[in-house]
Design a protein around this ligand. Sequence first.
Ligand SMILES: Cc1ncc(COP(=O)(O)O)c(C=O)c1O
Length: 472
Amino acid sequence: MPNRPSLTTMGGMHPDYDHLQQAAKDHLWMHFTRHSTYENSDVPVIVRGEGAYIWDAQGKRYLDGLAGLFVSQLGHGRAELADAAAKQARELAFMPLWSYAHPTAIELAERVARYAPGDLNRVFFTTGGGEAVESAWKLAKQFFKMTGKPTKHKVISRAIAYHGTPQGALSITGLPGMKAPFEPLVPSTFRVPNTNFYRSEETSYLGPHDEHAFGQWAANRIAEAIEFEGPETVAAVFLEPVQNSGGCFPPPPGYFQRVREICDEYDVLLVSDEVICAFGRLGHMFGAERYGYQPDIITCAKGLTSGYSPLGAMIASDRLTEPFLTGHESFAHGYTFGGHPVSTAVAMANLDIFENEKVNEHVRATEGAFRATLEKLNDLPIVGDVRGDGYFYGIELVKDKATKETFDEAESEKLLRGFLSKALFDEGLYCRADDRGDPVVQLAPPLICDQEHFDEIEQILRVVLDKAYSLL
Ligand SMILES: Cc1ncc(COP(=O)(O)O)c(C=O)c1O
């Protein structure tokens, strides 16, 4: 694994700092950003990255505790990936995949199909995750129209799950507040409970405090929803291997096996939304591999290029592809930049490094140490739960550890927006304090991290969480 850069590689103040600040405030529309936050403070401008660290325009260093946005699997500053992009841009900067192909898209499709479980052999490239989700739903609808089940079109997904911002993907998303400004969205999506075992008593689950039993209950809610809607109308269920939003809910043992049975029984497609979980985040190329289930479609993006160029993909099974391979049929869907040559070339170089440096093996070998280090935080009164797998964790914050009492809206606002995110950043840790479900701090560092990074994360969290508790 590459060495951690020394503090002496820190840059100074960016020569154009004042202009960057003003122009950001005047012209840049940041995503999911409350711009008023920056009325009286500077916009954090990140100018450089190396290994697991990023630097801001004032020369200050931060540990990248979120791999950008679950993206930078190999960390920053990998010259091989930059070189692969430059080489491809010189050779063939652009060609769409609309009836034509180019070598790195072909090679990458072959490679991704080889990694993907079972007969997931056909790769449809997009530019990101939301487009992959969108593509998967459209494929599910058209597939059933072409194969004699034209009324199958509805989608089932889980409460609080995030699946992207295009109107179809947003409709599949289980976060009412995020959807409200854009309603009406695409109709025909329905929610089932997620696998938040920590708060299982707050659901309608009445069984024993046992993860397997809870997982069976949660999976059976999918069967129930299919029955409620009518199996002849339901096309697909979209699930992440580990649900991100809400704060990292791993699947209880046996959950996906039961979901697979249900999908088979009702002829409903199982879409594994691995936009975060694929490419090493859980120590495998795909999360489905880790938890031992066979999806009909995988959607992925982010780690496929480690962020050195944008790319997403929908990977479909032979069964779903077959009707499109003969006669006049086609999947009338595409994106100008889907499978961009520079991105597919970068993805090939990224996956070469995954293999050569045994990145998945590294995650599997060290994930126990990462978990153990984060679990030290359990001694803090504000830490209710530490959960996740691989290099993907959520730390749920509570007001009262014994009762699991959470924060009300105003406290959450004060704690997360008013204090935590900024305090963590000020202490040198870039990560995310999120309240799309209960308040959590999310951690998903680059996969090159090891014990010294885990310790640094733990130490910063300890200081800041302790202070947060004292402010309550
Ligand atoms: C599970 C999941 N699906 C879809 C998306 C949307 O991906 P993108 O932002 O690349 O469109 C995300 C983004 O984080 C995601 O986590």
